[in-house]
Design a binder for this molecule. Sequence first.
Ligand code: ADP
Ligand code: MG
Length: 396
Amino acid sequence: MSGTATSAAAETSPSALAHDLYADTYGTPATGLWSAPGRVNLIGEHTDYNNGFVLPFAIDRRTWCAVGERADRSIVVTSTLTGDDAQISLDALAPERLQGWSAYVFGVIWALGEHGVDLTGRQGLNLAFASNVPLGAGLSSSAAIECSVAVAVNELWDLGISSKQLAKVCQLAENKAVGAPTGIMDQTASLLGQPGHAVLLDCDSYHSELVPLALSDAGLAVLVIDTRVTHAHATGGYAARRESCERAARELGVVTLRELTEVSLPQARTMLDPETFRRVRHIATENARVLETARVLHDAGPRAIGDLLVASHASMRDDFEISVPQLDLAVETAMAHGAVGARMTGGGFGGAAIALAPIEMVDAIGDQVTRAYADAKYEPPVMFTVAPAGGAGRDA
Ligand code: ADP
Ligand code: MG
């Protein structure tokens, strides 16, 4: 792929970087090393906060967190990815005091307090982060950093909180401490993912089940095409779409759009303005596509899900209007050059697309996307393959 393809394994190990950064910054070795993966959402976009279905998988790119206890009550953080270290007292944790990247870390500890963990008798912590999850690319580096902190603190403080509850803690941190109104998908994938599997999550009941992806058995790989167009979850169109779904639910007299099926769409059309109806149609059809994708993966394997991925992209482009030309071009080019399926993934307004493709065609597809971007005078995309990997845990 002309130098654009990278594999996580080929890079300098970020786990070693986190370990070394800790020792350099704090002058002692860390007590332990934990990590949590980013995620790719195979299908099910903007369905999570509508209490619907999503089908993400944890990827083989992770954020590592080296942690040790302090004698005082400060939480101190440093990261290879930012220049600005930060510090706060456990007594001062409050969402309105948190800002910048450290809010993702301090926010998780604040949210543990909200969950019922008594923070008053605790010693402080030193934390050092390194990651190979690209930031802001729709692969949820935010969940990766949050979940790495959650599993580390859960174990260091011997809290015994389940992974499902930790997902809620991390979501609370992202919603209240960071101020991004995201659903629970990212944290669930990062905490519950298993190698070779996707996680089918019902965002109403929080019931989750593993769905075999069996990509390599089918001779397939997932190519991530990061457009490098940056999105703004906290302030941008994501919040606007969420608001429009909530308003539509009120106008339709349902608690959430989860209750709508494709069968109820003709009636919904008569009750909503045309734009809001398109938003609702995306949610109803996308929920159906997620369930169908899980069924097809079980029954026929990943080669059979291509049409569902493509239909999902069209729905996001035309009905939910969260795609951008760079994402559309990535999807169209991948499909024209041998992909089995392709779609934008993540919240939209930039970020990444995925192409499900025969392993032997991935390089050629990457070359064609690079060429198409150059022709369109877009910034070159960053491309790499991802594999379904295990969830958050302790590494050392
Ligand atoms: P995404 O989750 O798609 O990568 P977000 O905007 O939700 O994008 O989260 C990205 C933000 O998370 C970064 O701008 C940064 O503030 C924070 N972040 C994630 N990982 C790290 C890290 N390893 N070190 C420092 N900050 C990080
Ligand atoms: Mg995020």
